[in-house]
Write a protein that binds this ligand. Structure first.
Ligand SMILES: [Fe+2]
Ligand SMILES: [Fe+2]
Length: 220
């Protein structure tokens, strides 16, 4: 049971589902942030940002226009919650920056230590064994393929918009998500600690997809 920031957790739980981007993911990101923070980190910025970073995910997932950005909307929703919980404006601005900059394809780069740690923690939760498990949760939710043996470049040409969004999710699969997006995660990490963990997690994913292909091809 996470005891700190009870009020904020209470508000976040109202917004978070049990999906791969939901409450369990937020709890893991929160724990990773606690593990990565040091004496130079402001916990009262980092940890509230971790709790609230995905509160607009539902809106983005259910938006057909493709225009809702959960990082931008989430920062605004978070500001409202924080204001009601008694946070000062200066602190709220710092938390908003962390939330806006946490996204993989964000236009806003993380500038502060807290924003870099949150971004790293969020990325680490997308790779490794957890990353594999989350991808298959999403694959089930969106009725993707279990595996697709196609040329990634041709796939990008046919099924990906310029902003990196998948056009037809039913044509997608976890191995394509790994090839096209998650393999690049270590390049987007900021802290040394996260880079070290990131390399280990990616090695695991490499061996997982290698094994999956061998089994599908009947070699094992
Ligand atoms: Fe997010
Ligand atoms: Fe997240």
């Amino acid at each position: 049971m996470i005891r700190e920031y009870q009020n904020i957790w209470k508000e976040a739980k109202k917004e978070l589902s049990t999906s791969a981007h939901g409450l369990d993911h937020t709890k893991r990101v929160y724990e990773l942030c606690k593990k990565m923070e040091d004496e130079n980190t402001n916990s009262d910025v980092l940890l509230p940002a971790a709790i609230l970073h995905d509160i607009a995910r539902y809106e983005e997932d259910n938006d057909d226009t493709g225009e809702v950005d959960h990082a931008i909307l989430g920062a605004d929703k978070a500001a409202k919650i924080l204001k009601e919980t008694g946070f000062e404006d200066r602190q709220i601005d710092k938390i908003k920056h962390c939330i806006k900059a946490h996204r993989f394809r964000s236009d806003e780069e993380p500038v502060t230590t807290e924003a870099k740690i949150l971004s790293d923690a969020d990325k680490l939760d997308a790779i490794g064994a957890v990353g594999v498990a989350r991808m298959f949760m999403l694959a089930g939710e969106f009725q993707e393929h279990l595996y697709r043996d196609v040329d990634p470049e041709e796939y990008v040409e046919e099924n990906m918009a310029k902003n990196g969004r998948v056009k037809d999710i039913s044509e997608h699969s976890p191995n394509l998500e790994y090839e096209l997006k998650l393999k690049k995660v270590p390049d987007k990490l900021y802290t040394e600690e996260a880079k070290k963990v990131g390399r280990q997690r990616l090695d695991y994913m490499d061996s997982f997809f290698d094994r999956l292909k061998k089994e599908i091809d009947g070699k094992i």
